[in-house]
Write a protein that binds this ligand. Structure first.
Ligand code: FUB
Length: 365
């Protein structure tokens, strides 16, 4: 009898505890819901809208050719490739060139400019391209994995800025990794800046030699630096061996991997402002676009600060260009899809301070 009473008392306690805990969790829920509402109310407003919404576009490299603005973006598509740290979900297969007569003007999509099936050496993943004009020809530079799954950089030509482009049969000799960006200096020389770590494979290239087994750098190790080479007059080959660029802090020292809010990750871009060379890049896993300045195209480049704060989506990639006396940054976020591999390109004005420093941009109000 005594035992039964004890059992009944235990059951009573257990039931009361269960009831209380269910009350607590529904209270908890109630507490969480308004919090979510408050977050929705404070939803951040983008400072600019996608340039096109009928296709997903990313990594915009902008240029002014013949007085018109041309944008050379990646063309994101939903291929269902599972997401991983190597960026396999960025499984793009072609390029579409966009153009407009002014910032804010109507944007034209010129259709497929180059498809992976027309690049004889390509395997998969057409990533961020760039373009240049020389020799009365438009050159499209693009990274794609070769048939051994190693990224290299290809070149294709056209007599029109919007293409269609015809790819060379082989990648640029000595090229590797991703995100080519081609800069024309005032003396007419062209330089290509490139590279990207992790899925971009730059950590596997040391002294221009490929080592498949090379791992991502450890926090205390020196950060991997971007690469560059002068282009030959034919614009289809390097005029010199690929060089490593030095990005250094104000103390003159290169960054270590743990300085990942400052060190180079991918998305090189070079522009010149008042005689100085501005090398800008993405910090990848910390999502900033940063910049460093130097006195010549080879560097070293001294870290200066942030150009663009993290945008919605994992990647951050940009180009900086002067149009009719004003400077603009072309960039992307994921406003249309909310998905990291389905991005949309945008543009906003970029301003300098009197000392030549760039006013950091936050893409949301
Ligand atoms: O678009 C694929 C890759 O994502 C680019 O090459 C990187 O810069 C990053 O934006």
């Amino acid at each position: 009898m005594q035992k039964m009473k004890r059992q009944l008392a235990f059951i009573g306690i257990a039931l009361t505890a269960a009831l209380l805990s269910s009350c607590n969790s529904s209270e908890q829920k109630e507490k969480e819901e308004p919090k979510q509402e408050a977050q929705t109310e404070k939803k951040k407003e983008p400072i600019s809208q996608p340039l096109v919404s009928h296709i997903y576009t990313a990594d915009p490299s902008a240029h002014v050719f013949n007085g018109r603005i041309y944008i050379y973006p990646s063309h994101d598509t939903a291929t269902g490739t599972p997401e991983d740290d190597l960026g396999s979900h960025f499984n793009m297969m072609d390029y579409h060139i966009l153009s407009m007569d002014s910032v804010g003007g109507k944007v034209t999509d010129h259709g497929v400019a180059l498809h992976i099936k027309d690049v004889p050496w390509a395997g998969r993943q057409m990533w961020a391209p760039d373009a240049a004009f020389a020799n009365n020809t438009y050159y499209l530079y693009f990274p794609v994995k070769n048939k051994k799954d190693v990224f290299q950089i290809g070149v294709a030509t056209s007599d029109k800025p919007e293409g269609p482009f015809k790819a060379e049969k082989e990648p640029i000799k000595g090229s590797y990794s991703i995100d080519p960006s081609v800069f024309k200096d005032d003396d007419g020389s062209f330089y290509m800046y490139f590279g990207g770590i992790w899925g971009g494979q730059l950590q596997r290239w040391n002294n221009n030699k490929y080592d498949d087994s090379a791992k991502n750098r450890k926090p205390e190790e020196m950060a991997v630096q971007p690469r560059m080479a002068k282009l030959s007059k034919d614009m289809k080959s390097f005029a010199e061996p690929v060089k490593e660029i030095q990005i250094v802090g104000k103390d003159g020292k290169p960054f270590t991997e743990k300085d990942n809010d400052k060190r180079f990750f991918e998305a090189s871009w070079m522009h010149k402002y008042k005689g100085k060379y501005y090398f800008s890049y993405s910090t990848g896993d910390t999502h900033f676009i940063n910049y460093a300045t130097g006195d010549n195209p080879y560097g070293p480049f001294t870290y200066q600060g942030v150009v663009l704060d993290p945008v919605d989506g994992w990647t951050n990639h940009h180009s900086i260009v002067e149009i009719n006396g004003k400077w603009y940054i072309f960039y992307h976020d994921v406003q249309l899809s909310g998905k990291t591999h389905l991005r949309n390109v945008k543009v906003t004005e970029l301003k300098y301070n009197a000392d030549g420093s760039i006013q950091a941009i936050n893409a949301y109000k």
